[in-house]
Design a protein around this ligand. Structure first.
Ligand SMILES: Cc1cc2nc3c(=O)[nH]c(=O)nc-3n(C[C@H](O)[C@H](O)[C@H](O)COP(=O)(O)OP(=O)(O)OC[C@H]3O[C@@H](n4cnc5c(N)ncnc54)[C@H](O)[C@@H]3O)c2cc1C
Length: 488
C-alpha cells in the first residue's frame, strides 16, 4: 500500500481514547506518532535522549541527521496533512521547493529519466531543517510535552505482565523516574530494544527479515549558486556499486552523498571523493565537487550493514499498551530515501487504528495495518538491491519476471515521459508497484524500444547547464511564493 490507498488523515476521526501516551524517541517517527496521538490523548509526552533545541541541528542520537535526506512525495503529502503549512514554514526557514519534473536529473540504466508529465513541487532541505520544522509545529500543540534530554530506561507492566503501563526514564543526569501511560510508542529507531525486552518478559521476539547490503555513505556539503536548484541522483546500479546524489538545500548549498554498496571503505577525504566521483557514469557530480567550494570541513561517513524488517504482525501474543513504529519496525537502504516518508505513513496507520478501536489491542491492529504499507518500500528497496553481490536475498520466479519488466521500463523511461511519471509515482510511494502494470503503461513499456512509442517530452540525454538551471529557478521561485499544492 502507498499514499494512494491508505486512509488520509482526518482530525475529526479520533475521539478521546486515553489520558497519557508516551512516545520514546523524538525523531521523525516519534514526532509524527505524537502528532496523531495528540488528537486522542489528554497528554502526549515525547522522551528523547538528545537535547532538542529550537533550531535545526544534527543530533548525536540519530547520527544519520548529518547526512543528506530526500523527502518523497508520499512523506511530503502526509507531513502537510499532519502539520498544515509545513511546506510554507520550511520555505520561510530557507528550504526550497524544486519542480522535479524540470530540475531532477535521475540517471538509471545508462540514461537520464525523461521529465515527468506534470509539475511536481518537491521540498528540499537538510535533514535538521525538516526535523526542526516538524518539531516546532508539534510543540505548538497544548497536549504535547517534549522531555529532553531524557533517556528511556525500561518498560513498566501490570502484575501479570499482560500490559505495558508506563516507562522508567532518566531525565538529564537526575535519578530514574516512572511515567505512567495508557500507551507507549517505541520510536527509538533501528536499535530498538523492544525485541529483547519482549523475550525477557516471556513473549516471543518478532521474526526479523534482514537483507545484508553493506552500504557505505560518505557525505559532503558544497556551495551552490542561488539560482541553480538541480537535484541529481545517480544511484548504484548493478554491476556498478557506486552512486551519488546532490540535493539543493538551504543556505545556497548542495548536500552531496557518495554511496558504495558492498564496500569496505568509501572515500574519506577530498582526493578520494574526487577520485570516487570521477568513476561515476555522469560527469556532473565530479565537476561540481571539483569546482564548487566545500562548505563541510571533511567527509562524514556512515556504514549501513543491512535493511531490516521486524515482523511484529506475525506474533501471536503482544502486550496491551505498546506500539512500535518507524525504523524500529523497518529500516531500509537509505539510498532510496524512504525512511521519513514511511515513518509518516506509519503515523497515518496509527491514526486509523486509534480511530477504529481506541487503545484496545492497538499494537496487533496497528501491526496488521502497517504490514501492507511496509511491503511496498521493502519490495522496492530489496528488489533493487538484489543485483549486488553483497545482497543475500534471492528472488522468487515472479519477482525475477517483475525485475526484468522493471529493467525494460527504466530504459523506456529515458524517452517516454508518461512511463517516467508512472515510475516516479511508484518510487515516491505515491502509487503501488502494480500501477506499473496498468495497460496504459504496459503497452508503452512493451513496445519495441525505438518503435512507435510517442515521445511525450524532450529526451533528457544530458543535464541542463547551470545557466538553464538559473532560468528554471525563476519559475520555481514562484512555487515558493505560492503555497505549494498538496500532491494528490
Ligand atoms: C545514512 C542515512 C541516510 C538516510 N537518508 C534518508 C533519506 O534520504 N530520506 C529518508 O526519508 N530517510 C532517510 N534515512 C532514514 C531516516 O533517517 C529514518 O528513517 C527516519 O529518521 C525515521 O527514523 P526513526 O524516527 O524511526 O528513528 P531515528 O531517526 O533513528 O530516531 C530514533 C530516536 O530515538 C532516540 N532514542 C533512541 N534510544 C533512546 C532512548 N533510550 N531514550 C530516549 N531516546 C532514544 C534517538 O536519540 C533518536 O532521536 C536515512 C538513514 C540513514 C542511516
Amino acid at each position: 500500500m502507498t499514499l494512494a490507498n491508505v486512509d488520509r488523515y482526518d482530525p475529526d476521526r479520533v475521539g478521546d481514547v486515553g489520558g497519557r501516551a508516551v512516545v520514546l524517541g523524538g525523531s521523525v517517527a516519534g514526532l509524527c506518532a505524537a502528532r496523531v496521538l495528540a488528537d486522542g490523548f489528554e497528554e502526549v509526552v515525547v522522551v528523547e535522549r538528545d537535547p532538542l533545541p529550537d533550531a535545526p541541528v544534527a543530533r548525536d542520537g540519530a547520527p544519520q541527521t548529518s547526512h543528506p535526506h530526500a523527502l518523497l512525495t508520499a512523506g511530503q503529502a502526509v507531513l502537510e496533512d499532519l502539520f498544515v503549512g509545513f511546506g510554507e514554514e520550511l520555505v520561510r526557514a530557507g528550504g526550497l521547493v524544486v519542480d522535479t519534473t524540470r530540475s531532477f536529473l535521475e540517471y538509471q540504466r545508462g540514461g537520464f529519466v525523461a521529465p515527468g508529465t506534470e509539475r511536481t513541487p518537491t521540498y528540499c532541505a537538510t535533514r535538521p531543517l525538516f526535523e526542526h520544522v516538524v518539531r516546532r509545529r508539534l510543540r505548538e500543540r497544548d497536549a504535547v510535552r517534549l522531555m529532553s534530554p531524557c533517556r528511556f530506561v525500561d518498560y513498566r507492566t501490570d502484575d501479570d505482565g499482560r500490559a505495558v503501563t508506563g516507562v522508567t526514564v532518566r531525565d538529564g543526569d537526575g535519578p530514574t523516574e516512572s511515567l505512567a501511560a495508557d500507551l507507549v510508542v517505541d520510536a527509538t529507531g533501528r536499535a530498538s530494544r523492544t525485541p529483547e525486552w519482549l523475550d525477557d518478559a516471556g513473549y516471543d521476539a518478532p521474526p526479523t527479515d534482514r537483507v545484508e547490503i553493506d552500504l557505505r555513505y560518505s557525505s559532503v556539503r558544497i556551495d551552490r549558486p542561488p539560482g541553480d536548484r538541480r537535484l541529481v541522483s545517480v544511484p548504484p546500479d548493478p554491476p556498478r556499486t557506486s552512486g551519488a546524489a546532490l540535493i539543493p538545500v538551504e543556505g545556497d548549498r548542495w548536500d552531496v552523498i557518495l554511496a558504495e554498496m558492498g564496500a569496505e571503505g568509501g572515500p574519506v577525504d577530498r582526493a578520494a571523493v574526487l577520485e570516487f566521483a570521477a568513476d561515476l557514469p555522469v560527469d556532473l557530480v565530479g565537476d561540481l565537487l571539483a569546482t564548487r567550494s566545500w562548505v563541510s570541513d571533511g567527509v562524514t561517513r556512515y556504514p549501513f550493514p543491512a535493511s531490516l524488517r521486524r515482523r511484529y504482525e506475525r506474533l501471536d501474543r503482544f502486550p496491551e499498551g505498546l506500539v512500535v513504529t518507524g525504523d524500529a519496525l523497518a529500516s531500509f537502504n537509505p539510498v532510496y530515501g524512504q525512511g521519513m516518508s514511511v515513518a509518516a505513513l506509519d503515523a497515518l496507520v496509527l491514526h486509523r487504528a486509534l480511530a477504529d478501536g481506541g487503545i484496545d489491542r492497538l499494537g496487533p491492529r496497528f501491526f496488521d495495518g502497517v504490514a501492507p504499507v511496509l511491503d511496498t518500500p521493502w519490495q522496492l528497496a530489496v528488489g533493487a538491491d538484489r543485483g549486488f553481490a553483497a545482497t543475500d536475498d534471492s528472488p522468487s520466479a515472479t519477482e525475477r519476471l517483475f525485475e526484468r519488466y522493471f529493467d525494460r521500463l527504466l530504459r523506456r523511461a529515458h524517452e517516454d515521459s508518461a512511463v517516467a511519471a508512472a515510475y516516479q509515482a511508484v518510487v515516491g510511494l505515491e502509487r503501488p508497484p502494480t500501477a506499473l502494470l496498468r495497460p496504459s503503461v504496459l503497452a508503452r513499456v512493451l513496445l519495441p524500444v525505438g518503435g512507435d512509442g510517442e515521445r511525450t517530452g524532450p529526451p533528457r540525454t544530458a543535464p541542463p547547464t547551470s545557466d538553464q538551471g538559473s532560468a528554471l529557478a525563476d519559475d520555481e521561485g514562484a512555487l515558493e511564493r505560492d503555497r505549494p499544492e498538496r500532491p494528490t
